[in-house]
Write a protein that binds this ligand. Structure first.
Ligand code: SF4
Ligand code: SF4
Length: 299
């Protein structure tokens, strides 16, 4: 019952957002006031405070994207939310797929604010510099788009690539020293815990709201961590075209993915762990993965 009320509330909010977008004329005082609220820092933004308190759902951020160009990594951290250690893979996105992403973005006039290349460890993609050349094509059209790479800074091969990066790329370096880190219990699926089993999973968590969408070899997702749920469980729900990505399709993906993703619990409590913990759904999924990897359709 509570979930149905929450779902109607979510729909109402999304409709309200569309109406506001249509009715409020740009450059009017009301428009400026709304823009001001939107850009307030995390701690003071009333919308973010309400979301963090779980009173309103997160809205996937469709202006930021994390592209998982490879699932290879120089580390294998406990509780990695890309399942690098738990379900290793050699997946790499092809140059054609990166071209497709850039072409779609330009054709649809999609105004990305942030494009972040991730992994695994993105610098281990064998065609890393060719990928940068392709992404630059988008950056030249949308100068204000911030292109970033997210690296663990671990190992000589990684650092050698980092030393050759062009100026226009921002580097987010977590400078990891080992595979033991303070991470969320990604592999404790909310669906396996009594207190969350009846939750409305369509509301997502801060990762889709702040970090934005995920793109992998298997298509678009509401977030990178969710894409990784699909890689292991094999629901095959990646969206193969940017033109299909909207709040409704993203919420449908959240409904499936957040059930298994430990980040969902951060809506309620901020628990960090160092050693590996896994609930029953993940244990089974990894066992099946080890025997036979799910086959997903590619982007
Ligand atoms: S460095 Fe990042 S991607 Fe690699 S295993 Fe650790 S958490 Fe996962
Ligand atoms: S709970 Fe996981 S799958 Fe759901 S939005 Fe957050 S990171 Fe994505």
């Amino acid at each position: 019952m509570t979930d149905r009320i929450f779902e109607s509330f979510t729909k109402m909010l999304e409709e309200l957002k569309i109406v506001i977008k249509r009715k409020v004329k740009r450059e009017t005082p009301l428009w400026h006031a709304l823009m001001f609220i939107k850009q307030l820092p995390f701690r003071y933004n009333p919308l973010l405070i309400l979301r963090r308190k779980n009173l309103i759902p997160w809205v996937p951020n469709k202006r930021s994207i994390e592209i998982e160009i490879t699932t290879r990594c120089s580390l294998a951290c406990f509780n990695c939310d890309r399942s690098i250690r738990q379900a290793p893979s050699d997946d790499c996105m092809s140059l054609e797929q990166i071209e497709k992403f850039v072409d779609e973005s330009i054709k649809l006039n999609w105004g990305w604010k942030h494009i972040r290349l991730t992994g695994g460890e993105p610098t281990l993609h064998p065609q890393f510099f060719e990928i940068l050349k392709i992404v630059k094509r988008y950056k030249e059209i949308n100068f204000y788009c911030n292109v970033e790479i997210s690296t663990n800074g671990y190992g000589s091969q990684v650092n050698e690539v980092l030393s050759k990066l062009p100026q226009w790329i921002c580097v987010i370096n977590s400078r990891k020293k080992s595979n033991i880190n303070n991470f969320c219990s990604y592999n404790i699926a909310p669906i396996d815990l009594k207190e969350y089993e009846n939750s409305d999973f369509t509301k997502g968590c801060w990762i889709t709201g702040i970090c934005g969408l995920g793109l992998t070899k298997y298509g678009y997702y509401p977030c990178g961590a969710g894409a990784s749920v699909d890689r292991v469980f094999g629901f095959d729900i990646g969206q193969r075209s940017l033109s299909c990505v909207n709040n409704l399709t993203l919420r449908e993906q959240l409904r499936v993915l957040c059930r298994y993703c430990g980040h969902y619990k951060e809506n309620y409590a901020d628990e960090k762990i160092t050693l590996e913990k896994m609930s029953i759904s993940w244990q089974k999924a990894y066992e099946i993965y080890k025997r036979k990897r799910p086959q997903l359709s590619v982007y």
